[in-house]
Design a protein around this ligand. Structure first.
Ligand code: GLN
Length: 484
């Protein structure tokens, strides 16, 4: 049953071919067997999951179920989960048990989904390889000597190895799309404001957005429909109706105008990844789409802009971890300053400290204008490029990452090279647009992803374009060796 998609499992549950308890047990057994080699989970909720599965089975029996009732999933450990450790991949929150549920967690819980556990992640979602986690790196199921991508690397590894049929993630600068691409999965980052950020531990508030990592666009549509929507507890969530994403999947692609930005095909792109994008475009043309060359002239500014804006916001957001209210507190502080500095010094890892220092610097009185204010202006230019492009095209396509998964330890010594792995992702967050990554082939036996970027709130079009490509291909059906 673990080789089925979430949609297929939903059908089996509904037809009572399978109980949620059986399904949950089978995933828990796989987690027990495979997690030690992958390190995809920080917390496994054995008892809680079985209890939730039994409750779901009872709901299904008395016809009180919806499309999601009884389906298992995993949450990235950035989502506050009532009564459960919520670490955000950090020693700082290693002792933190959340007193409440994030809206995303609450919505899936109310739908009757079964939470298998909390997945590993880069510390406070800062990273592209899952190597900054306090709980150690996650291994890529396609090749355990390689990274699964980050920061939602635990979610991606868990789904790719079939330890969970779907998982949540968050994407501040690529952290859903990049790990999905490097593990052969579908990952969607919705429009900023589409999904509530309430209870999602903040990294960079103007960029963070929750989404899902699944096998197919059809599965993503099913989950997004339940998680999206206005939340009065998040002032940045948008009050706008949520379309029926599943019902729109078959919307014809005839006449779809695809923009291909010339800047995406730069010397940093592995030629074989570029060739895979062109092969995918051939399929879209067959489906009736037309491809237009476009330009995003300020695209080259997206990584430098992101690495001013994101650290600035993180330095402010992470000031709440002071050793006083919650999280790690140092032993026997001599005074308040000692309490702050040692608690933070001990609780945060090296990458988080680097970001806090960069962020504090760019916001400081002498440098604010030169860095932070300038980055706000270049952010506007980047956003404007996308808006102009969408006057002539319906979607933009390109690679999700410049290369397939790289080796563990390969980029940890050089933060700039690490940051560049998200070169095709960062601009989308700066503009607040939706993006999806779908499997489009293999390079060196490792999966690579096609990125589809949409206009604001046009998730419907992204999902239908992805779904129809997946009907023509079987990349999304491939399972890493040893996990079949
Ligand atoms: N890799 C990027 C960073 O380290 C993006 C992280 C994310 O999207 N959470 O900031």
């Amino acid at each position: 049953m673990h080789t089925k998609t979430l949609t297929e499992l939903a059908r089996d549950l509904k037809a009572r071919k399978l109980s949620s308890e059986e399904l949950t047990r089978s995933y828990l057994t796989r987690i027990e067997r495979f997690n030690p080699q992958l390190n995809a989970f920080i917390t496994v909720l054995q008892e809680e999951a079985l209890a939730a599965a039994r409750a779901a089975d009872a709901r299904i029996k008395c016809a009180d179920a919806n499309a999601l009732t009884g389906l298992p999933l995993a949450h990235k450990d950035i989502f506050c989960t009532a009564g459960v450790k919520t670490s955000c991949g950090s020693k700082m929150l290693d002792n933190f048990v959340s007193p409440y549920d994030a809206t995303v967690v609450e919505r899936f819980r109310q739908a009757g989904m079964v939470l298998l556990g909390k997945t590993n992640m880069d510390e406070f979602a800062m990273g592209s390889s899952n190597e900054t986690s306090f709980y150690g790196p996650v291994k890529n199921p396609w090749d355990p000597t390689r990274v699964p991508g980050g920061s939602s690397g635990g979610s991606a590894a868990a789904v790719a190895a079939r330890l969970a049929p779907a998982a949540t993630g968050t994407d501040t600068g690529g952290s859903i799309r990049q790990p999905a691409a490097l593990t052969g999965l579908t990952g969607i980052k919705p429009t900023y404001g589409r999904v509530s950020r309430y209870g999602m531990i903040a990294f960079a508030s103007s960029l963070d957005q929750a989404g899902v990592i699944t096998y197919t666009a059809e599965d993503a549509a099913l989950l997004l429909g339940a998680m999206a929507g206005f939340d009065p507890r998040d002032s940045t969530s948008v009050d706008r109706p949520v379309p029926d994403y599943t019902a729109e999947l078959e919307r014809p692609l005839k006449g779809l105008r695809i923009g291909l930005p010339k800047e995406f095909f730069d010397p940093g792109l592995d030629g074989r990844v570029g060739a895979a994008v062109h092969a995918a475009l051939t399929i879209y043309k067959k489906l009736g789409a037309e491809v237009r060359d476009i330009s995003l002239p300020n695209f080259w500014l997206s990584v430098p802009t992101y690495y001013v804006v994101a650290p600035a916001e993180c330095s402010s957001n992470l000031s709440r971890f002071d050793g006083v209210r919650f999280g790690h507190r140092c032993e026997s502080p001599v005074d308040l300053l000692d309490l702050y500095t040692r608690s933070r010094g001990e609780g945060f890892g090296a990458e988080v400290k680097r970001r806090i220092m960069t962020g504090t610097y760019v916001l400081s009185a002498g440098y604010y204008d030169a860095y932070y204010l300038k980055a706000q202006k270049t952010r506007t230019l980047i956003r404007q490029d996308f808006i102009t492009a969408f006057e002539n095209v319906d979607v933009i396509m390109g690679p999700s990452t410049p290369t397939p998964a790289f080796g563990l330890g390969e980029k940890t010594g050089d933060p700039i090279t690490m940051y560049l792995n998200d070169i095709y992702a960062n601009g989308v967050n700066l503009a607040g647009l939706p993006g999806i990554s779908i499997p489009m082939g293999f390079v060196d036996k490792l999966p690579v992803g096609l990125q589809i970027i949409g206009n604001y709130f046009d998730e419907t079009r992204l999902l239908s374009a992805a779904h129809q490509y997946q009907r023509e291909t079987d990349w999304h059906r491939q399972i890493p060796r040893g996990f079949e």
